[in-house]
Design a protein around this ligand. Structure first.
Ligand SMILES: O=C(O)CCC(=O)C(=O)O
Ligand SMILES: [Fe+2]
Length: 322
């Protein structure tokens, strides 16, 4: 959690995003039981929790289950997640492991192997139509719609004036943010952790997982998430935490990690971030009733620095670099 008093001074610095939660980031304590996550549904284009208390709990946890709406079809995305890394001779989607960042002229995109067990195919919305099969692009577009519904329902709980919502979210309240649809495979033949502890950079992540392995840090305890059939896992990210920290409804970003996997594990995630492309960067904002809306950092820098820090580590808080 970001320290409230430090918010107005919060600066994005390389290797220091997690300085204030350094011990949590470098925490090798095993899990301590199962997370008891709250459940929500979508009703009439709104996010609905069974009660205000359950909603507060979910917002405080920074993570909850969401019933998958009937208008979202996951079949092709599930198949893509299970096959994108296998090679063309094994499956039609196996060729995607050959499509790397050089194809997009962007170091963030395409197929990547990481220092953890994870390997990924990561693609930003502006390339979906050209690269993904149509069924996957269509699901991605429905996930944008879903993320917009969730985001608006959360903003309604804050005191951020509606006139500021577009700027505050870099366009996301009108489905004009930057979106990534990312497929993950955890390589059982690799040593070490599945995925190092981190918070997602954006406002929220819609995660599809049928596999155990995700661990969340709630109230300074690591807990396993048992996936719930027909539910997404919704994670709030750094942009949401920064934006709402000094409003009447602070939202916590959830620190999470994936444990070592001894069998193949496949998941995929849809990430909602403030608008940025090589020409334009909408920025990351924070709001308080005293100061109004103020810019905290660049959107793209937050994505890049967070990515680097996840895999390369956080500088120890005493200032000494790794
Ligand atoms: O695979 C998972 O369960 C989590 C993936 C994740 O945290 C991410 O892609 O940011
Ligand atoms: Fe994540």
């Amino acid at each position: 959690m970001l320290d409230k008093n430090k918010l107005s001074n919060w600066k994005l610095e390389k290797g220091k995003i997690y300085s204030d939660v350094y011990n949590k980031r470098n925490d090798e304590r095993p899990v301590n039981g199962f997370a008891s996550l709250q459940r929500a549904t979508i009703l009439d284009n709104r996010l609905y929790f069974p009660s205000a208390d359950i909603r507060s709990q979910a917002i405080n946890d920074g993570v909850f289950f969401l019933k998958i709406p009937s208008w979202i079809n996951l079949e092709e995305c599930d198949s893509f997640a299970s096959n994108f890394y296998r090679g063309e001779h094994i499956h039609k989607y196996g060729k995607f492991r050959e499509i790397t960042s050089s194809y997009f002229n962007d170091p963030l995109l395409g197929f990547h192997t990481r220092s953890d067990q994870i390997e990924q195919f990561l693609l930003e919305h502006r390339f979906w139509q050209k690269v993904y099969p149509n069924a996957i692009t269509n699901t991605g577009i429905n996930l944008i719609r879903l993320s917009t519904i969730i985001l608006r329902s959360i903003l309604e709980l804050t005191d951020i004036p509606i006139k500021d919502w577009f700027t505050a979210t870099g366009g996301c309240v009108d489905s004009q943010g930057t979106y990534h649809l990312t497929f993950n495979h955890y390589r059982p033949y690799f040593q070490g952790i599945g995925l190092s502890s981190h918070k997602d950079d954006g406002f929220l992540t819609i995660l599809r997982s049928n596999f155990p392995g995700l661990e969340v840090n709630i109230n300074n305890r690591w807990e396993s998430v048992s996936p719930l059939e027909d539910h997404f896992i919704i994670n709030f990210g750094l942009s949401m935490e920064l934006l709402t920290k000094n409003t009447i409804q602070p939202v916590n970003a959830i620190m999470h990690r994936v444990s070592h996997q001894s069998k193949d594990r496949h998941t995929f995630g849809h990430f909602t971030s403030s608008y940025c492309n090589p020409e334009k960067d909408a920025g990351i904002y924070s709001y308080s009733s005293k100061q109004g809306l103020f810019k905290v950092c660049n959107s793209r820098e937050l994505i890049n620095f967070n990515d680097e820090e996840i895999y390369e580590g956080t500088y120890p808080p005493d200032g000494e670099n790794l």
